[in-house]
Design a protein around this ligand. Structure first.
Ligand SMILES: [Zn+2]
Length: 81
């Protein structure tokens, strides 16, 4: 079983969500709980049945699509990679 830190590091490196218990890529997304600055996404592993939640934290904001002047409030979209 990976620790939370180990799982987070590997998920970012792989660009894919794996089961922290058995390493399978066959995980199914469940419900998503949205808070003011955190989001919890439920997953169920189809291989071993392990249930876990990915926790996402607030890191910033970007303009929406309907602004006449995107930079009017000092919010600059992230640079493309
Ligand atoms: Zn699993």
């Amino acid at each position: 079983m990976l620790s939370s830190d180990e799982w987070q590091k590997r998920t970012v490196e792989d660009g894919a969500v794996r089961c922290p218990a058995c390493d399978a890529l066959t995980v199914t997304m469940g419900a998503c709980a949205v808070g003011a600055y955190t989001i919890y996404q439920e997953y169920v592993c189809e291989n071993c049945g392990y249930e876990f939640q990915a926790m996402f934290g607030l890191i910033g904001c970007v303009p929406g699509h309907n602004n006449e002047d995107n930079d009017a409030r000092g919010i600059v979209p992230p640079a493309g990679n």
